[in-house]
Design a protein. Sequence first.
Length: 85
Amino acid sequence: MNTPHDSKITRCPKLGDEMTFAYCLVEAGDLPCARIIACWRKAFDVTTLLQSILTSQQWDRFDQVQPKDKMESLLELIEKAKGQT
């Protein structure tokens, strides 16, 4: 997915660092990050953009995903890191 916004950067509340919009588009594999709308809505109309680049099936799956809270995300990252050692 290529967009005119791919190189824009914002602070990612999930990862705690700056990330590009391009990363947010693929953070969940074939779907954008569940928080992409909340993170980017002040910069541009991200909802309309997503609806134009995602298939209707992808949009439906994306629209049904609930963002994980910070604690749940941290626990998943810790478990993933443990598995890599």
